[in-house]
Design a protein around this ligand. Sequence first.
Ligand code: CP3
Length: 348
Amino acid sequence: MEINQRFLQACRGEPVDVTPVWFMRQAGRYMPEYRAIREKYSLIEICQHPEIAAEVTMQPVRALGVDAAILFADILLPVIPLGLGLEFAKGEGPMIGSPVRTLEDVRTMKPFDTESDLSYVMDAIRILRGTLGGVPLIGFCGAPFTVASYIIEGGSSREFLKTKTMMYSAPEVFHALMEKLSVVLSDYLVAQIHAGAQAVQVFDSWVGALSPADYETFILPYSQKVLNAAEAMNVPVIHFGTNTTTLLPQMKRAGGSVLGLDWRLPLDDGWKIIGHDRAVQGNLDPALLFAPLPEIKARVYDILRRADGRPGHIFNLGHGILQHTPVDNVKAVVDMVHEFSAEKVNIL
Ligand code: CP3
């Protein structure tokens, strides 16, 4: 079996034959194969049936020829064994049945055993290691802040007002929640690595809502705990956030062998801030996948030109693939990244 090493090599900052590429949310509603399965099962049902979760994970690997697979799951699954209730209402996004607002709420969150309470996730990983062949499998979890924001708000949010109000008005409650989540999420990530995940990504999708000073006080120690736990297992750890231009130095200190970059900052500028001793992942705007091919081509080329053939670049979007994205454009980007980085052709 031929092993695809380029993703893992790039994570370690080693030279590669061509730039590896995968996409956040590469499995999902933009794919007809996924929609067919979703007609029969809810999102949570897919996650809780390891064979189906494994099949959905494989869909983009087959259709796109990406260099890594990401386990099909959700950052909010640990909310279920915490006893807080999780539902994905149609058109509403995630909803938490019992949001956490007080110290008493934090104390009554159920302690859980990852291996038994989230065994379906580990089972999906074990199945996938058998079916993926040489394509590496990425496990993941949400970072404590991003998960805490859903637990405090009760669902998605734009302003994070309840979360910030807790931070500023009842910091002891916020710290207690973050402490508890950092333990649970560390265990969850380590269990995924034990089950066979060859790399992991920590999604701090909404941390860009905070200032550097608040990141330092309220976030860094807890993210660090989760990232360190995974790094101690000797697998690449990708630390991802959006809107993080002013937070990159602190995110680097918190940890991760690879830092995610979104499109708000040119890749070379972001990499300079982080330092070339770390690998980077990114950073095409997901909306560009709706543009005509010549425009996509120019933007893909621009990112590769900014990476400048330096070891340690993993091509990805700056955030997840959007619903209604044309599949052909996603596939075209995979081929472009491989072709341009192999030949360094000047298309401009
Ligand atoms: O292919 C993959 O990337 C793996 C699967 C994956 C899902 N969620 C499945 C999913 C991953 C990596 C996630 C992570 C996730 N979940 C994040 C972090 C990534 C990011 O985009 O910032 C967040 C914030 C969540 C929470 C979440 N889950 C939200 C806000 C929503 C609703 C959004 C929407 O588009 O409706 C979900 C639902 C969800 N999780 C879907 C998928 C494919 C939507 C599709 C469906 O309902 O079938």
